[in-house]
Design a protein around this ligand. Structure first.
Ligand SMILES: Cc1ncc(COP(=O)(O)O)c(C=O)c1O
Length: 422
């Protein structure tokens, strides 16, 4: 399909420079099946969502059952059992440390809701706290609010300045101390502190010092600042645990979940908060309610898919597979470190099912690095779906991936790197 004459304006695509999109006819397991072409290994779970692979028969079965009784209903003044049970199940999975689950329909809205919750939390109490604290180079979604607190892709984020007051601090990559945060806290009363826990995804799968992050949450909570963990990318087994916050002693006040929540089958998102947050909204005064909601909030099909995905996640087979993927990544990293092109890399990072290899670069680092487009077309010719983030190539595979599937991605990265070395 020729991009220029296409009626579709594609996301994250510069039409003048991009290759024509591949038409996918079928998606099954860890593979995409293009029209008239060879199957493509989906090494990034189609934008990090399809954790169990595509068209999973069990998820499909549960979806079909749900479809035969109810597809979508209004979610205010009305509710349904799939949503009630999903909320209970998520609270349990979060260790019963949270109190309420708010439904929306994508990662951006789950974070947008968390930000609104935080700001209104203070307003409802008549306290003027309106400033947000966030990590530099973060990504939290596509709405004005979420783009304002995530300054990773500067070209749009700068258009979102002024939505609210924000201070950025460096994320706790290894070697970071608490001093920058301490300095900020000494002179500011923030409403909320928002962060991608343990891994900043869009930045290039940049990993953090867990202990420092833990201390940051503690320091913020000592100042009554609401802590928002954006688990949109990290949730549901990605980091090796169910949630990235499972690595932390200090729990946030609000957690945002989406992407893999439904096993990547349908859009659904949750914003989960603790009792303290909810309490500030519970009142005889309607204007103190969270007057916020989306048409597809609590979509019954999405809830059915989420239940099915959680059933699969609970299986020993899936947990084993997550562990195996991690060990294959570790082996591959060792091989790369022993290769004749090892000096090409600035860093190789692994956590759970994620591996990221960052190439050294003389030009701009980050999303606009010139290596990105070169890698993209190289991997496309190899029938492996890998989308670099600038000079960072990463694999974030479906958990159904076997060693032979992953090898396709490893070998493609290996050959690309060898080619650079020549
Ligand atoms: C950490 C994080 N938050 C929020 C989002 C936005 O999610 P969505 O694309 O579903 O709106 C993303 C998307 O990549 C993300 O990585």
């Amino acid at each position: 399909m020729d991009l220029k004459s296409s009626p579709i304006w594609y996301p994250y695509t510069q039409e003048k420079l991009a290759d024509d999109p591949i038409i996918i006819e079928k998606a099954q397991g860890a593979y995409l099946y293009p029209k008239g072409g060879e199957k493509v290994y989906d090494a990034i779970s189609s934008w990090w969502v399809n954790i169990h692979g595509h068209s999973h028969p069990y998820i499909n079965k549960r979806l079909n059952e749900q479809l035969s009784t109810m597809e979508q209903t209004i979610f205010a003044g009305h509710t349904h059992v799939p949503a009630i049970n999903l909320a209970k199940r998520i609270l349990e999975k979060l260790g019963n440390k949270f109190h309420k689950v708010f439904f929306s329909d994508n990662g951006s809205t789950s974070v947008e809701c968390a930000l609104k919750m935080s700001l209104q939390f203070w307003k409802n109490q008549g306290i003027k706290r309106q400033k947000i604290l966030a990590f530099n180079h973060g990504f939290h979604g596509e709405t004005f609010g979420t783009r304002a607190v995530g300054n990773c892709l500067e070209n749009i984020s700068e258009l979102c300045q002024g939505v609210f007051e924000i201070d950025f601090i460096e994320a706790p990559i290894p070697g970071t101390t608490l001093s920058q945060l301490e300095e900020k806290l000494a002179s500011n009363d923030y409403a909320a502190f928002i962060f991608e826990p343990i891994i900043q995804g869009v930045r290039g799968m940049v990993m953090q010092d867990i202990n420092v992050l833990d201390s940051m949450i503690k320091l913020c909570q000592e100042k009554e600042i609401l802590c928002i963990a954006d688990e949109v990318m990290t949730g549901f087994g990605r980091t090796g645990k169910m949630f990235a916050i499972d690595y932390l002693e200090n729990k946030p006040d609000i957690v945002c979940l989406a992407k893999a929540l439904t096993g990547g089958t349908l859009p659904l998102a949750l914003t989960v908060c603790n009792e303290k947050v909810h309490q500030a909204f519970y009142s005889d005064d309607l204007s103190k309610a969270l007057l916020y909601g989306h048409s597809f909030a609590g979509n019954a099909l999405g809830c059915a898919a989420a239940h099915a995905s959680l059933d699969l996640l609970e299986k020993a087979e899936t947990i084993n597979s997550i562990e195996k993927i991690n060990s294959y990544h570790l082996d591959f990293a060792q091989e790369v470190k022993g290769s004749n092109f090892k000096t090409l890399f600035k860093d190789i990072r692994i956590m759970g099912t994620i591996i990221a290899l960052e190439y050294k670069s003389n030009s701009k680092n980050g999303y606009f690095n010139e290596l990105g487009p070169k890698m993209k077309s190289f991997f496309r010719d190899r029938n492996v779906l890998l989308r670099p983030l600038g000079n960072v190539i990463y694999i974030i595979p479906p958990y159904c991936s076997k060693q032979d599937d992953l090898k396709l991605a490893y070998e493609a990265i290996w050959d690309f790197s060898e080619g650079l070395n020549d």
